[in-house]
Design a protein around this ligand. Structure first.
Ligand SMILES: *Cc1c(COP(=O)(O)O)cnc(C)c1O
Length: 386
């Protein structure tokens, strides 16, 4: 089976991990710090906090932004459930925003419409909005940022698909139009640490708070303590955190992988160009790339033109699987999940995302996808849709 995504591990990655295993620290050592500084430098932003997965990065970020059981948090419905669960797990009330055709990112017009509506009906406005850079393409951050000023919400960018992408020429994670940006280093994402994640920010207060949350809310810094120190062993828990720590073994891999991030993105992009050319005549459409963004191309999603073919999406999907192609679907709209249905969401609430979902198939895309395997995908699709 040709997978839809796959990591690429080379000898330098393996050597880096072996070095970490042979060093004095296998967790909480110098490599965590080095990885944070390397990602912050890559994103051209001052602060980074590495954690054990992308969901932890999002949850820690929500916590640092003050999300609790009195909060309201809105996100896109076209995403992995973690984008909503992060805030829900802190007790927040969740709201969703529909997507825009073309990029299938959070739609600024729908966001504005829902904000106006909430204001009008005296429903609570969101404290935090989480735009998701779907498939690696940045949301329209200028528009969302303008709304954040008007309506007073904070912005947490879910950039789990988008490290290596650009927005208005700046790296995703630069953070000039948001409060915190979260990344995932799961093996299907651009660079991997096995499991891993990171939150980056320009705000030193949020940075310090996230460092505390990552490790039980405990500080050893006398300047941050509430009481006088009892002695050199003394530490204080000054807020409620948990253990979100990542290891030196994982961050050794991350440091090594990050060196190839630009190369990974270029190879993804060239494979996207090849798909676009080869599939141009078929009854399907592609995700758009807007002038303000350079997508990191995490996913290559096609939209079947169901009106002009006699097959449904499920049949096309199953035929591709039968042909040995590990196609996938991103995403089942989160508001359709039974758990979110119990919170009051229903089919029809977010029609653009639901229409998109009916037609979407994710084709294999990763830096090591060979021309031969890509041709297998292309030829299978041509045959099925002929
Ligand atoms: C992968 C992903 C996450 C979660 O990351 P993990 O590292 O798997 O916890 C969150 N949001 C989106 C959009 C993702 O794709």
């Amino acid at each position: 089976m040709i997978p839809y995504g796959r990591q690429e591990i080379n000898q330098s990655d393996i050597d880096a991990v072996i070095n970490a295993l042979q060093s004095d620290y296998i967790t909480q050592g110098p490599r965590v710090d080095q990885f944070e500084r390397a990602v912050a430098a890559y994103c051209d932003t001052p602060h980074a906090v590495a954690v054990n997965n992308g969901t932890a990065a999002l949850t820690m970020a929500c916590n640092a932004l003050g999300v609790n059981s009195n909060s309201v948090v809105w996100t896109s419905t076209n995403t992995f459930t973690a984008s909503a669960n992060c805030a829900r797990s802190l007790g927040a009330r969740i709201g969703f925003v529909d997507v825009e055709p073309g990029t299938f990112n959070m739609c600024p017009n729908d966001l504005q419409k829902r904000l106006e509506q909430s204001q009008h009906t005296h429903e609570p406005l969101p404290d935090v909005v989480i735009p998701v850079h779907f498939a690696g393409h940045s949301c329209d951050m200028q528009a969302i940022h303008a709304l954040s000023i008007k309506y007073g919400f904070k912005i947490l960018e879910d950039a789990c698909h988008a490290i290596g992408g650009r927005y208005e020429g700046k790296p995703v994670g630069h953070g000039h139009l948001s409060d915190i940006t979260a990344f995932s280093f799961h093996p299907v994402k651009h660079i991997t640490t096995g499991e891993g994640g990171m939150a980056v920010t320009r705000d030193s207060t949020l940075y310090e708070k996230m460092q505390l949350i990552r490790t039980h809310g405990i500080t050893r810094d006398p300047d941050k303590m509430i009481n006088p120190s009892h002695g050199p062993w003394y530490y204080e828990q000054i807020l409620l955190g948990t253990n979100y720590r990542i290891t030196d073994i994982q961050t050794a891999l991350g440091i090594s992988q990050l060196k190839r991030l630009d190369d990974f993105c270029e190879r993804r992009r060239s494979r996207v160009a090849r798909y676009r050319q080869a599939l141009a005549e078929l009854p399907l459409s592609y995700l758009e790339e807007k002038e303000y963004a350079q997508s990191a191309w995490h996913l290559f999603v096609i939209q079947l033109d169901l009106e002009s073919i006699s097959l449904d999406r499920r049949t096309v999907f199953e035929k591709l699987r039968e042909a040995g192609i590990g196609v996938n679907v991103h995403y089942i709209p989160v508001h359709l999940q039974p758990y979110y249905h119990t919170l009051g969401f229903n089919p029809g609430d977010f029609p653009v995302a639901e229409h998109y979902y009916q037609r979407a198939i994710t084709l294999p895309l990763f830096p090591g996808l060979s021309e031969q395997d890509q041709d297998t995908v292309i030829n299978a699709l041509k045959k099925i849709l002929a």
